[in-house]
Design a protein around this ligand. Structure first.
Ligand SMILES: Nc1ncnc2c1ncn2[C@@H]1O[C@H](COP(=O)(O)OP(=O)(O)OP(=O)(O)O)[C@@H](O)[C@H]1O
Ligand SMILES: [Mg+2]
Length: 465
């Protein structure tokens, strides 16, 4: 990728020379980018140009577009995430790396994410959710301590529904559970905490509830369409038999030593804790972002994830799950030959909402570890508030204009001088710092930005074309 940022401002003013300033990630220490500018300073404008150069340079792009304004990149295919489209990714698909992946890691990751977006997620809820995830995997024969049981196929929501309707339980076990499975599993656990009884008893009770519901529907039909005596008496017979099965199963559970139920109380604390966890999951996943129906990107190399319709919390969950999947994929492909080649770009506009200082946060992990696998994390923000891991591992910094009240922070965090900041003029001159080999702390360089509205900007435009 070769991107002309503009012209060296000093050379143009002092010597009348047109010296282009070029951003080529392969020539920097890594491909991460920080782009800072107050509202209206031209971030989105610059992002579009940078993404265009990256796409033309052959990189794969995942663009997380919070305003639905980054869809014009060459080769882009867009997917909008909302209740209506129902596109999402199954968070329960496992990383098969026996050391870094598997059931426990995935459970930790999901619990960590939910915790990050939930202010009052206590340790009881945390433990309950973790156990729920691990048990839900186990119900499919996927066990934390057996990596050979981890590989499964991915299922779509439609296929899952079909298999459930046809009661193809054996076939379902070939697939990873989905969030719907997790919620269904959790609901059964709540019922068993309320009513007591083991799984056999619970299943019998559920079946009885279903038969009773069918009887009610039939009663309604009868009122409308006349008596269907035969069907009714058949159903009543079934209910009677099911009641007996229920009583037997519960008697058995009561007489047996309290094993499973006691363990459930230990794992899930109480029904209130579990209900709290379920409700939280339901709210966070309401827009379908955890559905197992992946968006139809096909083989598009430029994927625009349009996430405007999601809440802030949902955006954070969605972006971090995707980032992790992208990182896993890049790792599976192995290190790039040069160590600085740009294979994947992950673009985060309005990035501060995703940040935390937690060193396990996937953003910080990517900032520290993803360079050799070819990932460039590009983060745009209005203020210079980046986590330590990111800003200290960022090969390119672009400052497009920041309010004077943030200058002190910018001086400290970005290591730019006050003099340097004074030269910045939004949409006309930006400050660029490119970390290259052999330069411990290169200075910021002022760059005239391509802009048809000014004389210098037009000269930069001609060079950038
Ligand atoms: N170099 C430029 N040349 C010409 N027009 C520009 C340039 N940079 C930005 N603009 C225009 O200025 C306006 C504001 O820019 P932009 O939307 O990129 O700002 P922003 O920093 O993304 O703001 P916000 O933080 O509010 O999203 C847009 O209409 C854009 O087209
Ligand atoms: Mg913008």
């Amino acid at each position: 990728m070769r991107h002309v940022m503009g012209l060296n401002d000093f050379m143009l003013r002092k010597e009348g020379k047109e010296v282009p300033v070029v951003y080529d990630p392969a020539r920097c220490l890594n491909s991460h980018v920080a782009l800072i500018g107050m509202s209206g300073s031209g971030k989105t404008h610059q992002i579009k140009q940078l993404l265009r150069s990256a796409a033309l340079g052959g990189a794969e792009l995942d663009i997380f577009d919070v305003h639905h304004e980054l869809d014009a990149v060459p080769g882009a295919r867009c997917a909008m995430y909302s209740q209506a489209t129902g596109y999402g990714y199954n968070p329960l698909v496992l990383d098969l790396d026996p050391h870094a992946g598997g059931v426990n890691r995935q459970a930790d990751f999901i619990v960590g994410l939910i915790k990050q977006v939930t202010t009052q997620f206590g340790s009881k809820q945390e433990a309950a959710l973790r156990n729920l995830i691990v048990d839900c995997y186990a119900s499919r024969g996927i066990f934390a301590d057996n990596p050979r049981s981890w590989a499964r196929k991915e299922i779509s929501e439609q296929e899952r529904r079909r298999l459930m309707d046809q009661r193809e339980w054996q076939q379902l076990r070939e697939y990873y559970p989905t969030l719907s499975d997790l919620l269904a599993y959790a609901e059964t656990k709540v019922l068993s905490l309320i009513f007591g009884g083991d799984n056999k008893a619970m299943n019998a009770l559920e079946a009885l509830a279903k038969l009773n519901a069918r009887l009610q529907t039939l009663a309604l039909k009868e009122r409308r369409a006349g008596v269907q005596a035969e069907e009714r008496s058949k159903l009543e017979g079934q209910i009677e038999a099911q009641q007996k099965r229920c009583i037997d199963a519960y008697s058995e559970a009561i007489m047996a030593k309290p094993t499973r139920e006691a363990k459930d109380v230990l794992k899930y604390d109480s029904k209130d804790v579990l209900v709290g966890v379920i409700q939280r999951l339901q709210i966070l996943t309401a827009a379908g972002i955890f559905n197992a129906t992946a968006p139809p990107f096909g083989d598009a190399k430029v994927r625009v994830h349009q996430i405007k319709s999601l809440s802030d919390e949902q955006q954070i969950l969605f972006v971090k799950l995707r980032l992790r999947a992208i990182f896993e994929r890049a790792k599976q492909m192995g290190p790039t030959a040069s160590g600085t080649e740009l294979r994947f770009v992950c673009m985060l506009d309005e990035s501060p909402k995703y940040f935390s200082e937690d060193s396990d946060d996937i953003i910080n992990v990517i900032a520290r570890e993803a360079r050799k696998f070819g990932i460039g994390l590009w983060c745009a923000a209005q203020q210079p508030n980046f986590p330590e891991s990111f800003i200290t591992n960022c090969g390119a910094k672009f400052i497009l204009g920041i309010d004077a009240s943030y200058w002190k922070t910018a001086q400290q965090r970005m290591r730019i001088t006050e003099e340097g900041l004074k030269w910045i003029k939004p949409k006309e001159v930006m400050a660029v710092k490119l970390h290259k080999e052999g330069q411990p702390d290169p200075p910021f360089v002022n760059v005239v930005v391509p802009n048809p509205g000014t004389e210098a900007g037009r000269r930069a435009l001609a060079k950038a074309a």
